[in-house]
Design a protein around this ligand. Structure first.
Ligand SMILES: Cc1cc2nc3c(=O)[nH]c(=O)nc-3n(C[C@H](O)[C@H](O)[C@H](O)COP(=O)(O)O)c2cc1C
Length: 306
């Protein structure tokens, strides 16, 4: 029997497999379709202070090996999330919830984090900051693309919460190292990577962008090798544990991430074509550990031979 438990920066996970933000609703949408006992955490879709409508339709375009989406972080505000969504989740699911948060300013991030912290709901196991959104108060520059701004926003959220704090990094930077280090210096407990990669799809017959938003974020199988490299770089640059996502469809993808340094993995786009992908990933990791003489899944982390 393989010990599947891992500790992700203070979040105790029964297995190293989570779901990725924005691809699993608020966590209850798959009840009856997915074996939650194989999940170590569920990540909710992004939450900000107030409700947010997201982008106009169409917001999805399928591409070879992946998906380009421009949902635009549609979501219920934090009040409804805490009063209605989390209690409803807790009634049905016993897996810790990672709450993905975002904002348009440093203050907004701190406010949403502070309100979630104050609610102290036992189902909430950690926060994950999405820093791939524009800082409205600083000329629209993305939080996750300037190490100084990133440090400021992570420090502010760190002060607002005692919950384990993961920072989800933007992949479209020349090197992930200064960003990973900025998060570590600012008191983060872990990193999540990767978020989607900026992308565009054009309908050549109409000569128009397919997405109403014109551009979106690329996810799915096609991003996986790029994500493995970023996880490896971040693992070598800091001591922070990593929740890795980006094209996890099966156990091989997950094990690659863990060997490169991830403590746990999240399944995202794969869920749309295979709702129980995360369960299969779990079983495949256990089987791999058995075959390769690992008694604990945690021992896969960073076990790459170079
Ligand atoms: C439809 C969709 C919605 C997403 N929404 C969010 C979100 O609200 N917050 C966030 O941090 N990431 C969001 N993501 C990014 C995913 O959590 C994940 O980082 C990315 O898709 C890479 O993993 P994957 O290739 O397994 O999907 C979204 C991705 C998709 C496809």
């Amino acid at each position: 029997m393989i010990d599947m438990k891992v500790n992700l920066g203070g979040l105790e996970m029964a297995t190293p497999v989570a779901t990725a933000s924005g691809t699993f609703g608020y966590g209850t949408e798959y009840v009856g379709a997915v074996d939650y006992s194989k999940l170590g955490a569920v990540t909710a879709k992004g939450i900000r202070v107030d409700p947010w409508p997201g982008n106009p339709m169409p917001r999805h375009a399928e591409v070879p090996g992946g998906l380009v989406n421009a949902i635009g972080l549609q979501g219920t505000g934090v009040d409804r999330f805490l009063k209605v969504t989390v209690p409803w989740y807790a009634k049905q699911v016993k897996v810790p919830l990672i709450v993905n948060i975002w904002g348009g300013s440093v203050d907004e991030y701190a406010e949403v984090a502070g309100r979630i912290d104050a609610c102290a709901h036992p189902s909430i196991g950690a926060l994950e900051m999405n820093v791939s959104c524009p800082n409205v108060k600083a000329g629209g520059h993305t939080f996750g693309q300037d190490p100084k701004i990133l440090h400021d926003v992570v420090s502010a959220v760190r002060k607002a919460t005692k919950l384990p704090l993961l920072v989800k990094l933007a992949p479209n930077v020349p090197s992930i190292v200064p960003y990973a280090k900025a998060c570590e210096d600012a008191g983060a407990d872990g990193l999540s990577l990767i978020n989607t990669i900026p992308a565009m799809v054009i309908d050549i017959e109409t000569r128009r962008p397919v997405l109403a938003n014109r551009t979106g974020g690329l996810s799915g199988r096609c991003v996986h090798p790029a994500a493995v490299k970023l996880v490896w770089d971040a693992h070598n640059a800091t001591r922070l544990p990593i929740l890795a996502m980006g094209g996890v469809y099966d156990a091989k993808d997950a094990i690659e991430f863990m060997l490169a340094g991830a403590t746990a993995v999240a399944v995202g786009t794969a869920v749309f074509s295979s709702p129980d992908a995360a369960g299969n990933v779990h079983d495949g990791i256990a089987d791999y550990c058995e075959r390769h003489g690992f008694s604990r899944a945690a021992d896969l982390t960073g076990a790459l031979e170079v």
